[in-house]
Design a protein around this ligand. Sequence first.
Ligand SMILES: Nc1nc2c(c(=O)[nH]1)N[C@H]1C(S)=C(S)[C@@H](COP(=O)(O)O)O[C@H]1N2
Ligand SMILES: [Mo]
Length: 405
Amino acid sequence: MTPTNKQTNDTGIHEGASLSRRDFLVRGGSTLALLAMMDSSLFAQMAGAADDGEVIPFIDRPPAAPEAAVKAYGELNRLDWQKLTQWITPNDQFFTVSHYNRPVIKPEEYKLEFTGLVKNQKTLTLAELKRRPRQEVIFTLECAGNHGFEWFTGGIGTAKWAGTPLAPILQEAGLKPESLEVVFFGADAGDEEVRNVNMRQEFSRSLSVSDALRPEVLLCYEMNGEPLPHEHGFPVRLIVPGWYGVANVKWLSRIDVTDRRWAGRFMTRDYVTIREEVLAEGKTVWTQKVVGPARVKSITARVVFLGGRYRIEGAAWGGPIDRVEVRVDNGPWVSATITRGKEQDFAWKFWTLDWIGVTSGEHTITSRAVGRQGTVQPSAEDPSLTKKHTYWESNGQITRRIRIA
Ligand SMILES: Nc1nc2c(c(=O)[nH]1)N[C@H]1C(S)=C(S)[C@@H](COP(=O)(O)O)O[C@H]1N2
Ligand SMILES: [Mo]
């Protein structure tokens, strides 16, 4: 999400809360009755949980997306955390963000060009890509702008992506020794102005040669067993497991190897995190860093009442996760149990915690993820967030509010 569009910025956080029709249905009895009728073991499997229950709605609910945001990015199809029961997000429920147009590409006409500092410049068709070795990855893709605005809290989803690894293709093409970066271009384009120069620019992002050669990076043509849907980049997109959404270039049309750093909009002006950082000697410096690998993050998705007991459920992602801890009101941090995704480094984890000693009234629930390297999801008051001046990479601890009858 990037409101370069000024309107989006201005209206981003002032919208009043409103309930969507889907929220209304779940709060009403009909959906619950329907869920109760489903085979309970099937539901438990889907939920990664022991049994079904009644969702107690949070007091804090994201407001509707402002009209300007919908105008700029189209229907974002944001995830509703309270309804999160499926570990794999179905394609029609997967959020989507596009900064330019959404090009329609005929599969039989699709061509992926390799240009620049490769010994053998070449072009691959979709059929040629599909004939190459197939590789799958379950990867949670989150927009770096997620949680950057009150209304933007569902810019995330998990899919099983399939395609062919990029590294062997680059190796076959033969990178010249002076190669520094690999630039990925989409077929979508927009008008950009830099220093009074107006130009047509395709969506583009670059990776260093070593990042581009990582074995998990895919030229992806399949999402959850189906051809990549149009809005998700049909017929081919880049998948960079472990990185924020913006690195995952859709409608991939050209891959260019260069001996310079690429300075397109999404590397230098958008998706750049500006912070005030304090150096060891106590001096404050302003930093501007390109959004890259995802940061550790978690959220409490819902509280379920199971007749006599309450269960807190949530998700954690953004790099390999070691554990998730949860705190109710100002109580101690308690370790949650990870129920799904333990084996997958690039996929979100689902976690649950039995809420012991529940009292009636209003409560807050906060979660924090801890990465395998010991990185802790920062509190909202941490200087890495309070001294962050752009909204990307908002991975602070999220506090949910709930009222127990
Ligand atoms: N070609 C192209 N690729 C793109 C974008 C875009 O605007 N054009 N948006 C990026 C951003 S910011 C995000 S968050 C993800 C969203 O992927 P999705 O729409 O499949 O969910 O796509 C990324 N890839
Ligand atoms: Mo994004």
